[in-house]
Design a protein. Structure first.
Length: 187
């Protein structure tokens, strides 16, 4: 019996060290060698400044910007508190939050659902093409840019389904707003 316990204990130690230390270091090393940009969080850098990540959403709520999805992560887009709200569809708090978002985003037409509801992680960097196109009229008015130019900008930033079948078409809000700012820089 004692010999079995010692053997089990030693296997536990070896397995914990092997799978808990060496294997993750090996996988991280391989990913940094083969997929450096992905392993480092797909950061967007301008000069020496990190603007953001293509993988983590940011709050864009100001005038003249494409707005992101609402976030339920911590105080908003807090990567250390990634989670959804876990509110039931009948929750008064959820209904009040959605109604407030509809008032903010509403233009007299139905608001795309992803502009008023948080994603499961609360950190989604993407919105649907419909949500981006919905905002074109407002941004055109606020920045004095022709709607046609903004529609083309949105359509140029639509990422299609991965491998043609996984996921849904989407628009990265950070990349779209950076491209929008370049239009203003050219004026």
């Amino acid at each position: 019996m004692k010999r079995h316990l010692v053997t089990a204990f030693l296997y536990t130690i070896v397995t914990a060290i092997g799978l808990g230390v060496f294997y993750p270091l090996f996988v991280a090393g391989i990913s940094h060698l083969l997929f450096r940009n992905n392993a480092n969080g797909q950061l967007i850098v301008r000069g020496e400044d990190v603007i953001g990540s293509r993988l983590i959403g940011q709050p864009f709520t100001g005038p003249g910007l494409f707005h992101s999805r609402p976030s339920a992560a911590g105080t908003g887009y807090d990567a250390s508190s990634s989670s959804g709200s876990n509110l039931a569809p009948t929750s008064k708090a959820l209904i009040d939050r959605i109604n407030a978002s509809v008032k903010t985003e509403g233009q007299g037409t139905p608001v795309p659902i992803d502009l008023v509801t948080a994603s499961g992680s609360g950190l989604d960097p993407d919105i649907t093409p419909a949500a981006a196109l919905y905002q074109v009229e407002r941004i055109s008015r606020e920045r004095n840019i022709p709607e046609g130019d903004l529609r083309k900008l949105v359509l140029d930033h639509v990422k299609q389904r991965q491998f043609g079948l996984l996921g849904e078409p989407r628009v990265n809000v950070l990349e779209l707003n950076l491209a929008l700012n370049k239009i203003d820089d050219k004026k």
